[in-house]
Design a protein around this ligand. Structure first.
Ligand SMILES: Cc1cc2nc3c(=O)[nH]c(=O)nc-3n(C[C@H](O)[C@H](O)[C@H](O)COP(=O)(O)OP(=O)(O)OC[C@H]3O[C@@H](n4cnc5c(N)ncnc54)[C@H](O)[C@@H]3O)c2cc1C
Length: 472
């Protein structure tokens, strides 16, 4: 129960963006309360023993290049609140069915050298972005892009506006490097021939070299817990087990911030949003969903390619064509017969995730929006192609279809983990076209989830910019 009847600000939803909004608001206002529907805080940043006792699984997010580089999280010095990163030297390996593999090493030089005749092109492409990653990210991960370094930004735009297909073909000769780049860009869940999909590939590769793709030691929940400690330390209040569906479910406040997506905001009663704003909000587009799996393992995954045993994250797509076809399928509402799979193996680097000698793995593939399809067999068959004997090391598994993902967290509408399509037409115009995307038609009601710029991922910047907008 809230302790008071009236607050300066109420924040609904304790995902990374809700927590970021709450922390930012608490710098200005003495009484800020955060209300969370579930019994635990964290949104897409929770962990739990999903399979067997002693095995800690990340229910949603696990690899955190965006969090580690976040200009909001870093100054909070979250290590004071127990956060520590586990940063594999090889953030990503991309194996092929023939047993070969390419990889991203923290070192750009080592990565380029291993890419053979594509090494120089890879290095030329990424060097300026890795060197200037701070300015680049500050310039693009904000409500409206701003060129802090105009030359760097122009260079980025000249590459990022390509499709992943176009840039991959222009820059790289080897089919392995093209597959590697496709696998990175596929995180956007947009068909790879669409404009600006190269941006996602460039950013994720840049971050692999600049900050790594770290896991949170002990589980992603520890990041959410560190953020909540930081908020409580500033005098904030948190109430869990408090679903909000109307204004009446909340204590009175001068301002309300919603870490929810447009559809949920539209369903919220008593907010008094104007008809015009409601109509614009209802045009918001959601994307494909994901089918997620977690495994408790007897021993590490028996990859054919040895380098995979040293990498935090593994991308499974045998060629550019296979990955591209898989994304096209789900965007057309069809199930892919050869789904592109992303997998992480946290316990190889963080023994606290599992009982001694045992291991965890986490993986998902894309599925059509709202799909109920069971992809467990397809995913495991796929892994077997790259790691024969994988099924023999499984002790237990947990699965979540796209619809179950939405039941777990209503922000994942239809299983869409990015809070809405992130194509060039909706990345900076989310949730509506506006110079001030966090404000609604009510002067005291704000939206601050990943359905606002700069979009999906654990970085807290949507929440931060929403709150900053009010404070300014
Ligand atoms: C399977 C999966 C894998 C992912 N992997 C990664 C990854 O590796 N790296 C990465 O950076 N990102 C990843 N993401 C994306 C990341 O988790 C999200 O982009 C991020 O959590 C969005 O933060 P948010 O605060 O906007 O919303 P959320 O984290 O979704 O939080 C919303 C919160 O609001 C609460 N809520 C919703 N409605 C109400 C209501 N009516 N009343 C009260 N509370 C409510 C929910 O319970 C939830 O706690 C992944 C997501 C999923 C699902």
């Amino acid at each position: 129960m809230p302790k008071k009847q009236h607050y300066d600000a109420v924040v609904v939803g304790s995902g990374p963006n809700g927590l970021a909004a709450a922390i930012t608001l608490s710098r200005k206002f003495p009484s800020v309360i955060l209300l969370e529907a579930k019994e635990t805080i964290g949104g897409g940043c929770r962990s739990a023993e999903l399979t067997l006792p002693g095995f800690v699984h990340d229910i949603c997010s696990t690899a955190h290049p965006l969090a580690a580089s976040s200009s909001f999280f870093r100054p909070l010095e979250l290590h004071q609140y127990g956060l520590s990163w586990v940063n594999p030297e090889i953030p990503l390996a991309h194996p092929f069915e023939d047993g070969s593999a390419v990889f991203l090493h923290r070192s750009l030089d080592i990565t380029a050298e291993a890419l053979g005749r594509d090494g120089t092109a890879y290095k030329d492409l990424l060097t300026p972005f890795v060197k200037g990653y701070d300015k680049l990210l500050s310039g693009i991960l904000r409500p409206i892009p701003f060129p802090f370094d105009p030359f760097l930004m122009a260079r980025f735009a000249s590459k990022a506006l390509y499709s992943a297909k176009g840039l991959g073909e222009k820059k790289f000769h080897n089919h392995q490097t093209r597959a590697l780049f496709a696998g990175l860009a596929a995180h956007a869940m947009i068909p790879l021939h669409k404009p600006a999909t190269a941006a996602f590939g460039i950013i994720l590769a840049t971050l692999a070299h600049a900050v790594g793709w770290p896991f949170v030691k002990g589980g992603s929940q520890n990041l959410a817990d560190a953020l909540s400690c930081c908020f409580l330390d500033r005098g904030g209040e948190i109430v869990t087990g408090k679903p909000v569906s109307s204004l009446e479910d909340m204590p009175q406040a001068a301002y309300y911030f919603f870490d929810v997506t447009p559809r949920q905001l539209l369903d919220m009663k008593g907010l008094g949003l104007s008809e015009n704003y409601r109509q614009r909000l209802s045009g918001f587009r959601y994307g494909p969903g994901v089918y997620k799996m977690d495994w408790a393992l007897k021993e590490p995954i028996p990859w054919k390619a040895g380098i995979c045993r040293k990498a935090g994250t593994i991308h499974l797509g045998n060629s550019y064509e296979e990955i591209a076809a898989s994304l096209c399928c789900v965007n057309k509402g069809e199930i892919s017969k050869t789904p592109y799979v992303m997998l992480a193996q946290q316990s190889l680097f963080d023994p606290s995730r599992s009982p001694e000698g045992r291991h965890t793995a986490w993986g998902y593939c894309h599925v059509p929006h709202g799909s109920k399809a069971d992809m467990a067999d397809s995913i495991e068959k796929k892994i077997e192609k790259y790691a024969p004997g994988f099924r023999e090391v499984i002790l237990a598994r947990n699965t979540m279809s796209a619809t179950e993902m939405e039941q777990y967290n209503p922000n994942y509408v239809g299983g869409d983990i990015n809070g809405g399509v992130q194509d060039i037409f909706q990345l900076y115009t989310r949730p509506v076209i506006s110079l001030n995307p966090y404000r609604t038609s009510q002067h005291n009601i704000f939206i601050c989830s990943s359905s606002t710029p700069p979009g999906g991922g654990v970085h807290g910047l949507c929440g931060y910019y929403a709150a900053r907008d009010l404070i300014k």
